[in-house]
Design a protein around this ligand. Structure first.
Ligand code: PMV
Length: 332
């Protein structure tokens, strides 16, 4: 068996119907299904090589010219390599090098793109040839939402009752609808509680049970709005869902307040622009950044509005992205 050096590029993704809470913490089985879109411009590239000349597993994250060594992250990477080595019956250490095209500290979670890229690069380097479904399941065990960064475009993650049926698949390719996601990078103040830790206490919120009761209905409605490319139906649903998830977060014990003052200022602006006839809608994950959704035809107008709101505000503009891909442009 030949073990080759392999490199994968994976997109981050943003959820329209969110994943918040697990029924199994170890294998990351979610309480509910979720729907997301891959981001064309938030990418992780990862190269993996298994070789006898590696004494131990090593993981380096390149950040510009610097190498960031994060022990906690390295531990998670090694655990994931172990899962892949077990499937491949492989007993070699790996060198792993990874790079994000978005800056560290921009508040964009790199775990989805990171674990999707690692899963695909490492399984290919280990000589495995896994199906999209198998890759999605493996990526999920590494980091829940990473399973949605494997398939192309607009994606649904089936909740499933056991590991083998909790995976993501493409609802529509990235070319289906020319949407934009403008991520507004809001300054992060306060201590960051990550999603893994945060969602452990979801049921301490009195709003968690009612959230779950309504969620399958919302999944059906968002999928239908995507199919029809109806921006108003789609936009109203994603906003309602974001506020619903954050209401759960804010009423957990201990409470999680991910929004900052600027997050709320932006929400109010967006509501005002809409009253003036511009179809722009927001969604927010476990942090203060605001993702603005609108159709390609409104891009210029939304950018003009943002600049007149705050000229200093940094942003990343995304289109619907493809799924994970192998490439021969290795990082070492
Ligand atoms: O997979 P994680 O642990 O990064 O959790 C993601 C949680 C949210 O971003 C808040 C929602 C989602 O579905 O992406």
């Amino acid at each position: 068996m030949k073990y080759s050096k392999s490199t994968a590029i994976a997109p981050a993704n943003i959820a329209f119907i969110k994943y918040w809470g697990k029924k199994d913490e170890v294998i990351r089985l979610p309480l509910n299904a979720s729907i997301s879109m891959n981001l064309s411009n938030c990418l992780t590239t990862t190269t993996v090589e298994f070789s006898k000349s590696n004494k131990t597993d090593t993981f380096a994250l390149l950040d510009g010219k610097n190498i960031v060594n994060d022990n906690k992250e390295t531990e998670k990477v090694i655990k994931h390599l172990d899962r892949i080595r077990k499937i491949a019956k492989l007993d070699l250490s790996a060198k792993v090098v990874s790079k994000n095209n978005f800056p560290k500290g921009a508040g964009i979670a790199s775990s989805a793109s990171g674990f999707a890229a690692l899963t695909v690069a490492a399984s290919s380097a280990a000589g495995l040839s896994l199906s999209e479904k198998e890759l999605s399941i493996l990526a999920r065990i590494g980091s829940g939402s990473a399973c949605r960064s494997i398939p192309d475009g607009f994606v649904e993650w089936r909740a499933g009752e056991k590991s083998e049926d909790s995976f993501a698949y493409s609802l529509y390719p990235n070319t289906h609808w020319d949407l934009r996601d403008l991520i507004l990078l809001v300054q992060n103040t306060g201590k960051k509680i990550g999603s893994t830790k945060g969602m452990e206490n979801a049921f301490s919120s009195p709003f968690m049970e009612p959230r779950l009761q309504g969620i399958n209905n919302k999944i059906t409605k968002v999928a239908a709005a995507l199919q029809r490319k109806n921006i108003q139906q789609f936009g109203n649903l994603i906003e309602e869902e974001t506020v619903n998830m954050h209401a759960v977060m804010m009423t957990q014990n201990p409470p999680l307040f991910y929004w900052s003052g600027e997050t709320i200022e932006i929400i109010k602006e967006v509501v005002m622009w809409r009253a003036e006839g511009l179809d722009v809608y927001f969604t927010i994950d476990a942090g203060p950044n605001v993702h603005l959704f609108f159709e390609a035809k409104d891009e210029e107008e939304v950018l003009r509005k943002i600049k007149s709101f705050n000229r200093e505000l940094k942003y990343i503009l995304n289109k619907p992205g493809e799924g994970v891909k192998l490439t021969d442009k290795h990082l070492f």
